[in-house]
Design a protein around this ligand. Sequence first.
Ligand SMILES: NC(=O)c1ccc[n+]([C@@H]2O[C@H](COP(=O)([O-])OP(=O)(O)OC[C@H]3O[C@@H](n4cnc5c(N)ncnc54)[C@H](OP(=O)(O)O)[C@@H]3O)[C@@H](O)[C@H]2O)c1
Length: 291
Amino acid sequence: MPPMQSGNPSRIAFIGGGSMARALIAGLLRRGVAPRQISVGEPSSEARTALQREWGIDAASADNTAAAAGADLVVLAVKPQDAAAALAGLHPTLLERAPVVLSIAAGLRLQDLARACPPGLAIVRAMPNRPALLGAGVTGMFAAPSVSAAQRALAELVGAAAGRAVWLRAESELDIVTALSGSGPAYFFLLAEHMAQAAQDLGLEPATAAMLAAETLHGAGLLAHQDIPLAEQRAAVTSRGGTTEAALRVFQQAGFDALVARALQAGSARSSQLADMLSAPPDSLNSSKRP
Ligand SMILES: NC(=O)c1ccc[n+]([C@@H]2O[C@H](COP(=O)([O-])OP(=O)(O)OC[C@H]3O[C@@H](n4cnc5c(N)ncnc54)[C@H](OP(=O)(O)O)[C@@H]3O)[C@@H](O)[C@H]2O)c1
């Protein structure tokens, strides 16, 4: 193996080859990482075959140790409740090469990950979101100050693989990111659902209303992706005395801003609460179940 350089790993190992791992792998391949630089530990033979067929990943194995051998970066992509068991089986391999460990497991805090890993490893957390499946994701990332710039660059390669990545100042900000970008697609879907229903109630055909709502969400998303502030984008649609202004006034008079604030507070608080429930002494982490 050639020596590792910043952001240019010899090998990235995914532990867990489920939907989010596949989204990140697809992103890495799009960004020029070669299939032979990626290995996957995944129990399902169906999932391993799909990885081979779809992405040319030959190094997919039911044996996590084989998958992680020689990796500079190990991406923990199993469900949070499976993480401790997966990491426990990897200790000898992790000790051998001391790779950076990147966890995308929701709610598993650094202190819990550190407890489940051999001492001294660089551990990074990332919270991607579902649009990553289409390469349009956004990921919040956090690492302890002891993690070097080169190790962060390596982790960011995966964090940004399926969209954009942003580094956070504190681990607790991951709860806010979970409520904002993690759950956020559902809020927009809910709004679009209600818009379609309201249009239907006003007389549009259901299929027409649903199509118009979904396409509007898509188009607004594309516009929002431009480097223009959201308020400016909104103002560009809102002419004085017009239809948009009339509709927005109803939202505002009903306390839409306070409602959104309360929703994000609830999501963030729930994220923190779930992390508390996952956070447990070493032997009980194995049996932690997400409610
Ligand atoms: N999907 C999202 O939108 C999203 C967003 C943010 C964060 N995340 C996080 O990403 C992680 C993965 O989520 P996902 O949606 O990709 O889940 P998933 O589709 O269920 O993938 C997890 C995979 O890990 C496998 N697995 C279980 N135990 C394992 C072990 N010991 N070693 C190796 N592989 C093992 C599972 O196999 P079996 O099915 O055979 O058990 C499954 O294929 C989760 O921690 C989640 O919190 C997901």
